[in-house]
Design a protein around this ligand. Sequence first.
Ligand SMILES: Cc1cc2nc3c(=O)[nH]c(=O)nc-3n(C[C@H](O)[C@H](O)[C@H](O)COP(=O)(O)OP(=O)(O)OC[C@H]3O[C@@H](n4cnc5c(N)ncnc54)[C@H](O)[C@@H]3O)c2cc1C
Length: 513
Amino acid sequence: MDEPLDIVILGGGTAGWMAAAGLAGLLPPGRCRVRLVESDAIGIVGVGEATLPHIKNFNDSLRIDEAEMMRATNATFKLGVQFVDWGFKGSSYLHPFGVHGSAGAGLGFHQQWRRSLDAGRDWDIQDFSFACMAAQANRFDFPATGKPTINSTYSYAYHFDASLYSKFLRQVSEPRGVVRIEGKVRDVEQDPDSGDIRALIMESGERIAGDFFIDCSGFRSLLLGSKLGAQWEDWSKWLPCDRALPVPTERCGELTPYTRVTAMDAGWRWRIPLQHRTGNGYVFSSRFIDEDKARQELLDALDEPTLAEPRLLKFQAGRRVRSWQRNCVALGLSSGFLEPLESTSIYLIQIAIMHLLPLLPGKRHDQRLVDEFNARMDVEYERIRDFLILHYHLNTREDSELWRYCRSMEVPDSLERRIRLFRHSGIVEAYKDGLFTPPSWLSVYIGQGLTPEHFNPLAEATPLNHMLRELDELREDIRDRVDELPRHSSLVARYANAQQASDALLHEAEARV
Ligand SMILES: Cc1cc2nc3c(=O)[nH]c(=O)nc-3n(C[C@H](O)[C@H](O)[C@H](O)COP(=O)(O)OP(=O)(O)OC[C@H]3O[C@@H](n4cnc5c(N)ncnc54)[C@H](O)[C@@H]3O)c2cc1C
């Protein structure tokens, strides 16, 4: 067998520990040796608290017990994102992790719904989504498995404490062979001929050499950005928010199984319910509001008492044109950041790991692998970029400069084309690679006020009265079944009670003394 590849990960935030866990858990034994360098003094950004359903696959593939992970990270369940005041003031809709209508609706359920509008019904399309209805009722249960039924038409993700998730992954990774090195990197040694990174030089003077480096150093991007000079692509003309003020508040009484994001005059505010506290923050554009005013607007809008002062984070929406250069690949914030609206950053870390594993080189550089990885990441980033821009662009708000700017800005051609198609007759492009399937696009288009001008004639295959009766029955069925679900708060308490788990640990420790 070839000698193991010596991999050095710089950074111990979500990106660093997900990479470590992925390499240690998914590669055959002996394929690589993994060391992770992180600095306690620098710490981690620690604000990625809402996730997408894909993270469950990641955890499952690492044989992580779900309830254990949830207890360790104070997690709750997430069925989607509620958007308040986005398309227009007073509006509210949910982007669910699931379809509208029953499974296997073929042409797209929304075509039937659009036809029902012409027949004089003013049904809310959300009434046909099991996930939307469950979320609105603050109820949650695991999706049914086996035969497709209406309660198997959704998936779920988590809200969790991001700092605790990194710690949890560390506990998973170290027994699987990952070696952690604490300390600050002072310098980076490069091969004078090839330009490859050879070693990290620590403040202590220690030299950490490797064959392959994974840059997870956060916004600093010490290896890919600072050392290798990877080019930055600025997307802030489409995604103008460039500041965030996160602030934790006390736990909310009823845990909502969804993230709430409320549009503000110069950006938007999030609310994420965890078991022990609520995560909040204001993401805003410094072109349209100053920091003091944003801070005040945020504090005025909070539902629960604060647990700390808001702290300012600065960023620019965009990404490194190539996440992999020479013998270094960047994951997480060091490769790019598109702002947190649809909780896509942790997904981007995960998908980058999944693309990287089969393309991981041997001891020698191979440009074909690099190009393939970068091409796959281009697709991922651009899909998400367009989807996020849609939220800003598709609005009819007249009350603030930011929203007027976003409505009138020129958007990428790829997005312009998609919007035109949907406006015409509800055509939603389905693509094979990349995030966000048609139900996601659909919920944002309709939620933000864009109703197709026509329905697709193929939707007329069923006689109208028959179709309307079926829709009505479906609505009823969903309502009845949702009523039978447990409340989200009680299911979390029963399945993954973090407080009970920490009390048990305390008792165990006391018993040992
Ligand atoms: C306001 C905001 C809200 C967000 N919300 C979400 C969300 O809801 N969902 C989501 O998916 N994502 C979200 N994100 C993104 C998410 O926070 C990040 O993608 C995720 O935390 C990964 O961060 P990271 O590991 O890349 O960087 P970091 O957490 O910053 O980690 C960087 C690591 O590098 C180390 N390091 C840096 N320099 C050195 C050095 N010189 N020597 C040694 N070590 C060093 C640090 O010690 C640290 O361990 C949000 C981001 C922001 C800004």
